[in-house]
Ligand binder design. Sequence first.
Ligand code: ADP
Ligand code: F6P
Length: 319
Amino acid sequence: MRTIAVLTSGGDAPGMNAAIRAVTRMGIDKGMKVMGIERGYDGLINGEIFEMTRSSVSDIIQRGGTILRTARCEEFKKEEVRKKAVNILKVFGVDGLVVIGGDGSFTGARLLSKLGVSTIGLPGTIDNDLQYTDYTIGFDTALNTVLDAINKLRDTSTSHERVSIVEVMGRNCGDIALFSGIAGGAESIIVPEKGMDIEDICKTILEGKREGKTHNLIILAEGVGGAEKLAKHIQEVTGIESRATILGHIQRGGSPSAFDRVLASRMGARAVELLLEGKSSRVVGMRGGKIVDDDIDEALSMPRTFDENLFDIARALSY
Ligand code: ADP
Ligand code: F6P
């Protein structure tokens, strides 16, 4: 293995830059040439590929986003387009590819590996929706961003004695809502894995008011429904002023936390080692504090499980 390449794909996540840096510097340290591919699979099929040096990744470990940019590339779902990608990698002499992204990007990487390209995936997504790994790169930073918003909203909703509904990301996965809800002391947490019982939520709000609660924080994962609609409904049923805040893309930006920087550095280094060991079609993760790797097919087919115990703890601590 003499030349490897790295790309970021799908939604960006804080810590992607730390992962790019780790792949680049570890690759160079091992005597390899490292190429950066811009704009994910889109840049790959358009040959937007350039050589990375140690200095091309300096001063990025603390930056959010991705210096390689990211994109969604529908065309990559077509086999002929992926074959074109394989030829482009050959032209640039690339023997191994590191893909940093979520499950969609991993599917693209899996299909590329079936065409003979050695690929390794690194989990870069704030959603923490990949079952094979305890943590994805970006999740911890996003949680802290949400927590900062919750703390601020708590101040103002207490002053005004309002209900505050905070809509967070996670279309199919409630981890951001669950973890930030626990950390922020939310009264209710609504996640796609459990659905929503509006009447129960209204009951909790009214009970809280009777017991002297001056605010009520509800964390809603985007996959369950709209925050504005929920606020309107709660206000109608409880008679308490209710406001919605949709955090949106703010959750994807910002300087990565120490945890995400270290996680990305460890995972990036492991990806290079795996390529050097001649491995392909693997994804790097973390389980029980250890860096692990799994077959990409197996990782993608693991059914998502929801932490029911943590959800029960959140409920018990919420009133
Ligand atoms: P994420 O990687 O964050 O889950 P997406 O689901 O948007 O993000 O996927 C990112 C990119 O991965 C897509 O734009 C596409 O280029 C590629 N991809 C996703 N699904 C497939 C698929 N079934 N076949 C080939 N490529 C795919
Ligand atoms: O990165 C994952 C994610 O943040 C999801 O939680 C969200 O639904 C989606 O990306 C939104 O991405 P975009 O607005 O870029 O399409």
